[in-house]
Design a protein around this ligand. Structure first.
Ligand code: NDP
Length: 337
C-alpha cells in the first residue's frame, strides 16, 4: 500500500547498509564498498541484488564463512595480467583494491586481465563494469556460483547460475551494459516464484527425477535449473566455469560446500574480468561506432536495450528517492543492531 512505501535517499540507504555491514564484522573500508554496491542495485531497481540480499550477507558473515575484514593480495602475473587473492573476502573490495593496478596496466598495454580467486560475489555484475565504461573502456566479467544448474540431459547439478556481463562506452549516452545469469532463471527469481505460488516457464528446470517441470518448488527441492538456450547456454556456462574458476584458481561451482557453516549463503569461487582500451584497435573513434550501431538497432524498432530499464529506475530514484516498503526498511534497521 502506498502509505507503507518510504522514499529513501541514496545517501540514507547507503549509510544504513554501511552500519549493518560494520555491525556484522566488516571493516569500515570494505563496508563502504559493499554498501555503495548494494544501494546502487536497489537504486537501479535491480531488486534481486539490492536490500533483498542483506539477510544473506549478514547470515554468511555471522556464520564465519566469509571474512568481512579480508585484505586482498594483488600480484602481477605479467605486464597485463593481475592475480588477486580475495582471501575469503567479498569480491567488490578486492576489485576496488586492484583497480589502480588494472587501470595502469590498461594504460600501458591497452588491455588488462584480472583473475580473482577466494572471492564471494553476492551481487549483480554490472556495478563492476559500469565505472570502466565511464572511463572509455570496454570490459567483460564473469563469476562462478554454487551448483544448482544441470547440463541438458543431466541429473546432477554441475554449474552455478554463472552470470556474465559486458559493458561498452557509447558516444553521447550512458554505457551499454548487459548482465545476466547463464541459467534459464536466477536462483533468486526461482525462489520468489515459489514463494508467490507462481509456475515458471516450461523448460526452466527439472525435478528430482530428472523430469522437466514448471513447478519452482520441484526445481528447488532436489531438482535443478537448466542453462538458457539449450546447447548454446551449456557452452556459455562451461566457459564461465573455465574462466572464472579453472583459470583464476577459484573453486568450481560444484566444489562450493558451506554445509559446515550453517546460515552461509555466499558462494566462494572466482571471477575473471578483462578490460580493453578500444581506441587501440579502432580506425574510427570506437564510442562513435558503438553509438552508430545502437542508433541502428533502435531505428530498426527495438524499444528496449539492456540497461535502459536500470537507467530509468536510477533517474526516478535520484529525483524521488528509492521506494522501499516501510516494513522492509524496519527489518533492515534491525540488522544494524
Ligand atoms: P535479466 O534477465 O533480468 O536481465 C538480463 C539483462 O538483459 C540485463 O542487462 C537487462 O537490462 C537486459 N534485459 C532484460 N530484459 C530485456 C528486454 N526485454 N530487452 C532488452 N534487454 C533486456 O537478468 P538475470 O535474471 O539473468 O540476472 C539478474 C542479475 O543477477 C544480474 O545482474 C546478474 O549479475 C545477477 N546474478 C548474480 C550472480 C552471482 O553469483 N553474483 C548469480 C546469478 C545472477 P536491465 O538491467 O536494464 O533490465
Amino acid at each position: 500500500m502506498s502509505e507503507d512505501l518510504l522514499h529513501v535517499s541514496i545517501a540514507e540507504l547507503e549509510s544504513l547498509l554501511r552500519r549493518i555491514f560494520e555491525a556484522n564484522g566488516v571493516s569500515a573500508k570494505n563496508a563502504a564498498i559493499l554498501a555503495a554496491n548494494c544501494a546502487a542495485c536497489e537504486r537501479d531497481g535491480a531488486h534481486s541484488h539490492g536490500i533483498f540480499r542483506m539477510q544473506g550477507y549478514v547470515a554468511s558473515l555471522r556464520s564465519g564463512w566469509v571474512d568481512g575484514r579480508a585484505v586482498p593480495e594483488i600480484e602481477a602475473a605479467g605486464s597485463s595480467f593481475l592475480r588477486v587473492d580475495a582471501r575469503n573476502g567479498f569480491a567488490q573490495p578486492a576489485l576496488a583494491a586492484a583497480m589502480p593496478s588494472l587501470l595502469a596496466a590498461v594504460e600501458a598495454t591497452g588491455v588488462a586481465v584480472l583473475a580473482m580467486r577466494g572471492s564471494h560475489h553476492f551481487s549483480a555484475l554490472w556495478p563492476d563494469l559500469e565505472p570502466l565504461a565511464d572511463r572509455g573502456l570496454v570490459s567483460l566479467t564473469t563469476v562462478a556460483g554454487q551448483a544448482c544448474v544441470v547440463p541438458p540431459g543431466g541429473r546432477v547439478p554441475v554449474f552455478g547460475t554463472n552470470p556474465f556481463a559486458f559493458a561498452t562506452p557509447v558516444a553521447g549516452s550512458p554505457p551499454l551494459v548487459f548482465d545476466f545469469a547463464t541459467s534459464t532463471m536466477s536462483n533468486g527469481d526461482t525462489r520468489i516464484a515459489a514463494r508467490e505460488g507462481r509456475k515458471v516457464p516450461h523448460g526452466t528446470g527439472i525435478d528430482r527425477d530428472g523430469h522437466p517441470t514448471s513447478d519452482p518448488n520441484a526445481i528447488l527441492d532436489g531438482g535443478a535449473l537448466l542453462p538458457f538456450g539449450g546447447h548454446k547456454g551449456l557452452a556459455m556456462t562451461l566457459m564461465v566455469e573455465l574462466l572464472a574458476a579453472a583459470l583464476t584458481g577459484g573453486s568450481f561451482s560444484s566444489d562450493v560446500d558451506y554445509s559446515t557453516h550453517p546460515g552461509a549463503e555466499t558462494p566462494r569461487t572466482g571471477q575473471l574480468l578483462i578490460a580493453i582500451d578500444p581506441t587501440r584497435g579502432a580506425t574510427r573513434v570506437y564510442a562513435d561506432r558503438a553509438r552508430d550501431l545502437i542508433d541502428a538497432v533502435r531505428r530498426s524498432g527495438a524499444s528496449r536495450l539492456p540497461a535502459d530499464r536500470r537507467y530509468a529506475a536510477r533517474a526516478r530514484a535520484q529525483a524521488e528517492g528509492i521506494p522501499i516498503a516501510r516494513a522492509q526498511f524496519e527489518q533492515l534497521a534491525a540488522l544494524a543492531g
